[in-house]
Design a protein around this ligand. Structure first.
Ligand code: PAF
Length: 291
């Protein structure tokens, strides 16, 4: 696996990849775990034996709000590179902040962000709690797509809202790339794998599994015909709070539009939860098919 630090080198390497080869891309912020392993595995399949799998590691400052964990976000680079090699990525692009955002060093407004994509879905749920977060995600992913020029982009279902927004940005900005969303990989007790889980203390860790249990319970209720939104919200919030977590949201939304249901769930839905457990924020989701 080749490690590339600069845009110039990435562009040079990208030109050397045959036009016939499929390039699959996995953007990450590092602190990799088995969930990322699944994304790289999917990328490997999508690229095929003669294709190229490119992963990136960049902790993107634009998607962190003031007071969020940008400075303390884990950055175990050597271990991440080892895992990517083991998962058979071909290229790791790991730029510096200055390389990705050279304009940050220039006078204000001298270099407006060409990728100022703003999706209305970016202001609800995660976007409401983390204002500007999805603008930052879109800004970095648009730049990465322009540089890497992949045929296929691999995203994780764990960040459900993110993958919906990025899919829409890609459509509206006409990036010629297919998007694959990989299922969430879970610990044996159901906790969705996440780079931030390493912050959970040994006392907190068992309680974290309640999020997935509550999602599964709500899914079963819907499939068994209990579809009242109020009931589902109360059930999920009640069981997650009872385990000592602070619920930020726990609700069913339309799986394609994230619109809230009026009264009853009457279409394909995604159950979404965000909750705080000590210093750690957990998000998770489960999709419930329309019967
Ligand atoms: O999901 C993530 O890890 C990040 O939001 C992404 C897509 C790599 C953009 O920084």
């Amino acid at each position: 696996m080749q490690i590339i630090r600069t845009i110039t080198e990435l562009q040079r390497r990208r030109r050397d990849i045959s036009a016939a080869a499929r390039v699959a891309f996995v953007p990450t912020m590092g602190a990799l775990h088995a969930g990322h392993g699944r994304l790289v595995q999917l990328a490997r399949q999508a690229a095929g034996p003669d294709g190229c799998v490119i992963a990136s590691i960049f902790v993107n400052p634009k998607q962190f709000g003031p007071g969020e964990d940008f400075a303390s976000y884990p950055r175990p680079f050597a271990e991440d590179a080892r895992l990517l090699r083991q998962w058979r990525a071909d290229i790791l692009f790991a730029p510096t902040e200055r390389e990705m955002y050279p304009e940050a060093a220039a006078p204000a407004n001298s270099s407006p962000d060409p990728a100022g994509y703003r999706d209305p879905l970016g202001d609800v749920l995660e976007g409401k709690i983390r204002p500007g977060h999805f603008r930052g995600v879109c800004a970095v992913v648009a730049r990465l797509l322009a540089l890497v020029q992949p045929n296929v982009l691999i995203l994780g279902q764990k960040d459900y809202q993110q993958q919906l927004i990025l899919r829409r940005m890609i459509r509206e900005m006409n990036f010629p790339v297919d998007v694959l969303t990989a299922p969430t990989i879970r610990e044996p007790d159901g906790l969705a794998m996440s780079s931030r889980n390493r912050r959970l203390t040994p006392r907190e860790r068992p309680a974290a599994a309640v999020v997935y249990r509550a999602l599964c319970q709500a899914k079963d209720e819907i499939l068994n015909g209990r579809r009242e939104v109020k009931h589902l919200i109360e059930e999920m919030t009640g069981s997650i709070s009872a385990a000592g977590l602070e619920v930020q949201y726990a609700l069913p939304c339309h799986a394609d539009t994230l619109a809230e249901f009026a009264g009853v769930v009457n279409d394909r839905c995604v159950l979404l939860v965000a909750a705080r457990l000590g210093a750690t924020r957990l998000i998770d989701n489960v999709v419930v098919p329309r019967e």
